[in-house]
Design a protein around this ligand. Structure first.
Ligand code: C5P
Length: 477
C-alpha cells in the first residue's frame, strides 16, 4: 500500500470513528453500479459492526439535486462512496464538514489542494491509479480494514468490485497494484481462489453451451445470448456436451477439449466478423472464485457476482445488491437471480435493436457514436456501452453511446472498445466537453460519462471528436 494512503487512512478513520461514537446518524450515499454497491456495502458493514446508526442509499450520479436533498434531509454525517469527484466545494457549501468521500475517480488538482481537513479519500491523491489499480470498493475495503482488522473478510467483496470496474487489466486479466494486494489478502484467508481458464459465465454452474451463450464479454454476435446457436456450434465441433445424461460444465472439460472449444469459437468468429484475431486471447484469463459461496450459486464467480450487482443497480433495485453484499443469501439472492434474468433480456433487446437499426451507429473507423434515443433507459446506458465495447465488430474504436433522458438532457457513456490503443483519456474528455456546454461529466481513461443540455448535442459531438485526437486529453498514467 502507498505510504501516503496509509498515512491518510488514520485521520480519515478517526473522523468516521468519532461520528460513530457520537451516536451520529450516518447516511452512506453510493453509486448504483456494481462498484458503488460493493463500496457502499463494505462501508455499511464496517459501520454496522461498530454499532453505528446508519442508512444507505444508491443514486445514479452526483448532481446539485442530490446535494440539495442531502442538505434538506440534514443527517449528522454523510459518507459518499464511488461518487463525489469534482463536487467538494458544493458539498462543503451544503453540508459544512459533515461529509467524507471514498472514491477512485480522477479529481481536479484544485480539489486535492483544498482538502484541508482530509475529507476526501481518493486513490489519485496518493499516487494510486484509480482507473486500473483500485476501484471505490478497494478504497472502501482499505478504510474498513483500517477501522478494524476483522473487516479483512470483506476483501472478497473488494475483488468483486475490481472485476466489476474492469480493473483486471493486467496480463491475462490479472490485477495490478492495490487490487493485487487485496486479492492476496482474500486468497490468504481462503476466500478466493484464482485459476487460468476460459472465462465463460457459469464455468462451474451452467451447461457449456449455456455458459457460452451467457458470456457477453467479448460480445460475439450470433453466439452471445443465443443458446441454440451455441449448442449447434459446439455439437457440430464434436464437443461432448453430456455425460451420463447430464450436461457437463466447463470446469469438467480436459485441456484438450478446451482447445477444441476455443477452436470452434475462433472458426465461428472468423467467418462472422472481420475482427477475429483477438477473440481467443480475450476469452482466456484468470477467474476469481469465491470459495465460500455455494457450488451452484451465481455468486461463486466474481464476474457473475458483479453482473448481478450491476443488474440490481441498473434496474433500480440497488438495495437487493447491497443486501447480498452484506450477507443475505435467502430472499435477496433469489430476487437477485430474477433481476439478472430481466436485465439480460432487456440488454439483449437493446443490443439487437442497435445493430438492426443501422442509423443508430455512426462509425468513422476511429470513433463510434451510438444513438440510444427512445430505446435505452438512462440507468442502463453504462451497461450498454460496456457491452458494445466488447463487440469484435467495434474493435479498436472509441465508443460514445447516448440516450435522451426523461428530464430532457442527454446522457453519454463512453468506453474504449476491445483492442483500442488510443491514448485518449475518456474521463477528461467527458468532463471537459460537458463543462464547455454547461453539463457535467468525468470518469477514467477507459470509461467516462456525462450529462449535457439537449440544445448542445451537435456542438458537443463535434467537440468530442476533436478532443479524441487532441494530445491535451491523452492519458498520462
Ligand atoms: O455511466 P458510465 O458507466 O458510463 O460511467 C463511466 C464512468 O464515468 C464512471 O466511472 C462514472 O462514475 C463516470 N461518470 C461521471 N459523471 C457522469 C457520468 C459518468 O463521472 N455524469
Amino acid at each position: 500500500m502507498s505510504i501516503k494512503l496509509a498515512e491518510a487512512l488514520k485521520p480519515f478513520c478517526e473522523k468516521l470513528r468519532s461520528a460513530i461514537e457520537n451516536g451520529s446518524e450516518i447516511a452512506v450515499i453510493t453509486h448504483i453500479d456494481a462498484d458503488g454497491i460493493t463500496s457502499g456495502s463494505i462501508i455499511a458493514t464496517a459501520l454496522a459492526r461498530l454499532g453505528a446508526r446508519y442508512s444507505i442509499r444508491a443514486v445514479s450520479d452526483m448532481n446539485t439535486g442530490i446535494i440539495e436533498s442531502m442538505r434538506i434531509e440534514n443527517r449528522d454525517f454523510y459518507v459518499i462512496t464511488d461518487l463525489g469527484a469534482g463536487w467538494a466545494s458544493d458539498l462543503r457549501k451544503a453540508l459544512g464538514d459533515r461529509w467524507a468521500v471514498i472514491d477512485h475517480h480522477q479529481i481536479p488538482e484544485q480539489e486535492i489542494l483544498t482538502d484541508d481537513d482530509g475529507q476526501i479519500l481518493n486513490a489519485w491523491k496518493y499516487g494510486v491509479d484509480g482507473g486500473r489499480e483500485v476501484p471505490a470498493g478497494g478504497m472502501a475495503y482499505m478504510t474498513a480494514s483500517a477501522l478494524d482488522k476483522k473487516n479483512r473478510d470483506l476483501s472478497c467483496v473488494a475483488v468483486v468490485s475490481a472485476v466489476a470496474d474492469r480493473q483486471d487489466q493486467g496480463d491475462k486479466r490479472s490485477f495490478t497494484g492495490l487490487n493485487s494486494e487485496i486479492l492476496k489478502t482474500a486468497q490468504s484467508l481462503g476466500l478466493i481462489s484464482v485459476e487460468l481458464d476460459i472465462m465463460l459465465t457459469g464455468r462451474e454452474t451452467r451447461p457449456l453451451h449455456e455458459a457460452l451463450a451467457y458470456t457477453s464479454f467479448p460480445y460475439i454476435d450470433g453466439l452471445t445470448w443465443n443458446r441454440e446457436g451455441c449448442h449447434a456450434l459446439l455439437k457440430n465441433a464434436g464437443i461432448k456436451l453430456k455425460e451420463d445424461g447430464r450436461w457437463r460444465v466447463l470446469a469438467e472439460f480436459s485441456e484438450e477439449e478446451k482447445s477444441a472449444i476455443l477452436d470452434a469459437i475462433a472458426k465461428f468468429v472468423a467467418t462472422s466478423s472481420k475482427a477475429a484475431t483477438r477473440i481467443i486471447d480475450d476469452l482466456i484469463g484468470y477467474v476469481y472464485t469465491l470459495s465460500g459461496e455455494d457450488k451452484r450459486s451465481q455468486l461463486r464467480d466474481a464476474r457473475e457476482f458483479s453482473t448481478m450487482l450491476n443488474a440490481c443497480g441498473r434496474i433500480g433495485r440497488a438495495g437487493v445488491g447491497i443486501a447480498i453484499c452484506m450477507g443475505d443469501r435467502n430472499d435477496m439472492l433469489s430476487a437477485g437471480e430474477e433481476i439478472v434474468s430481466t436485465y439480460r433480456t432487456t440488454l439483449r433487446n437493446y443490443i439487437s435493436t442497435i445493430f438492426a437499426d443501422k442509423w443508430r451507429l455512426v462509425d468513422d473507423g476511429r470513433n463510434v457514436f451510438v444513438n440510444g434515443d427512445g430505446l435505452v433507459a438512462e440507468d442502463m446506458l453504462g451497461a450498454v456501452s460496456s457491452l458494445l465495447s466488447g463487440s469484435p465488430s467495434l474493435g479498436g474504436r472509441l465508443l460514445f453511446v447516448r440516450t435522451l433522458t426523461k428530464d430532457g438532457t442527454y446522457k453519454f457513456s463512453s468506453r474504449k472498445a476491445l483492442g483500442s490503443t488510443s491514448q485518449a483519456n475518456l474521463g477528461l474528455i467527458m468532463r471537459y466537453c460537458a463543462q464547455t456546454f454547461k453539463g457535467a461529466g468525468g470518469g477514467h481513461s477507459a470509461a467516462g460519462g456525462c450529462r449535457i443540455p439537449s440544445s448542445a448535442l451537435e456542438d458537443f459531438m463535434v467537440g468530442v471528436k476533436a478532443a479524441t485526437g487532441d494530445p491535451k486529453f491523452a492519458t498520462t498514467s
